[in-house]
Write a protein that binds this ligand. Structure first.
Ligand code: ADP
Ligand code: MG
Length: 391
């Protein structure tokens, strides 16, 4: 177990006991990682790291990083407009071009347009969440152009809950199923807009600094709320949305100009144990809706161009960082080149689990941007198309 432990805010400890297991379930296993889901990763794809990650170990491995591609369906409007399918899922792991069947890219998993977010969660998120509950840092990104399905995937709606609500519910279920440990969960929610970090849970928390101490990087002065139920955690997000930098006009367009990071900070300790030296787990789970990855060449106004260049820089740095994590060579990793990667440095390095979910549309009018996303995902983790998959 990781033994990193940042001191909780005094307010936090008052609530500690509310999270204790109430009704121990007889005969339930104590391992929080146990799951019966049939759609877990296959052994080759398994991201299970060693049970006792050492956070000072700066040698991440390919196995800790999953890269997946999720297709959304063509929208009714796109169908009316006569859009055709330019890219499609060829089996479970390959994306292929309709125009040129020789062009194909392989990933850990490709989700066809009919896949539900629940299914995406089971393959691309569940192991990250259960790991975080055991003290293994976790980060899940949704990457893609505007309107490709990032927010649908991360936040979702009433009919189709996204990865964030599913993860929050899962975290509380794990607490219920782990009678031998007591947990403290805290939530923070921030946005990075033009390389400035703003606290979405506290309107006064603008332009926050990223600091580093021996335990890693953190955002100075960010508000962290202790959460006692899934509904409580989700109500904080709803409140946070109100504080986003974007104005209410053109919300959809502008909301795609910032990265938002929802963070669950998890501490746990053996229930009833108070002996000195008892390992307290400390980990963070970051759930990230990235800014739209569309190229900004066509931008006309200075403000838009400036936003675009910041976005490009941070997404490029993210791609470089993840590809360096997966290429197996111990080279310099440029965490410091963007606020996003700087803030995530301690979570991405070491044995943290990372899931990059790239959202794309099949639509022919978006073919070039989709190709850019596919190349970004491929660069992040190079998986070769197997000979049997070549056409
Ligand atoms: P982004 O956040 O990448 O800009 P959104 O998540 O807002 O894109 O998606 C754009 C539109 O497409 C929304 O109306 C959303 O409901 C719809 N959509 C996205 N992905 C899917 C999907 N997998 N299934 C059904 N509808 C989707
Ligand atoms: Mg969005």
């Amino acid at each position: 177990m990781a033994t990193r432990h940042r001191k909780p805010a005094p307010r936090a400890s008052q609530h500690h006991h509310h999270l204790q297991q109430q009704q121990p379930q007889s005969g339930s296993p104590t391992s929080t990682a146990t799951t019966t889901s049939s759609s877990r990763l296959t052994p080759e794809m398994s991201l299970e790291g060693p049970a006792s990650p050492r956070m000072d170990d700066d040698q991440p491995t390919k196995e800790n990083v999953t890269v997946t591609v999720r297709f959304r369906p063509l929208s009714p409007r796109e169908i009316r407009q006569g859009e055709e399918v330019a890219w499609y899922a060829d089996g479970d792991t390959v994306v292929r071009s309709e125009q040129n069947p020789n062009v194909g890219y392989a990933y850990d998993r490709v989700f066809a347009p009919t896949t539900t977010t629940r299914q995406v969660y089971d393959v691309a998120a569940q192991h990250v969440v259960s790991g975080a509950m055991e003290g293994i840092f976790g980060t899940i990104f949704a990457y893609g152009v505007t309107s490709s399905g990032k927010t649908h995937t991360m936040h979702g709606d009433q009919r189709s809950p996204g990865i964030i609500p599913l993860a929050v519910k899962d975290a509380f279920s794990i607490i219920q199923e782990t009678p031998d440990r007591e947990f403290l969960l805290r939530v923070s929610y921030l946005e990075i807009y033009n390389e400035v970090v703003n606290d979405l849970l506290n309107p006064a928390g603008q332009s926050l600094r990223i600091r580093e101490d021996p335990q890693g990087t953190f955002v100075e002065g960010i508000k962290e709320e202790v959460v006692l139920s899934p509904a409580h955690a989700l109500s904080l997000i709803a409140a946070g949305e109100e504080h986003r930098h974007v104005g209410s006009t053109n919300f959809n367009l502008l909301s795609s100009r910032s990265h938002t990071i929802f963070t669950l900070t998890i501490e746990s300790s053996s229930y009833g144990e108070s002996s000195e030296g008892e390992a307290v787990t400390f980990s963070q789970l970051h759930l990230i809706d990235l800014a739209g990855s569309e190229s900004s060449r066509a931008e006309t106004t200075g403000v838009r161009r400036k936003e675009g260049s910041y976005i490009n820089k941070s997404l490029l740095t993210l791609g470089t960082v993840i590809s360096k994590l997966t290429d197996g060579k111990a080279t310099h990793i440029p965490f410091r080149d963007s606020k996003l990667t700087r803030l995530l440095q301690s979570s991405l390095s070491g044995q943290g689990r990372v899931s990059l979910i790239c959202t794309v549309t099949p639509a022919s009018s978006n073919s070039e941007e989709t190709h850019n996303t596919l190349k970004f995902a491929h660069r992040a983790k190079r998986i070769e198309v197997q000979a049997s998959q070549n056409k």
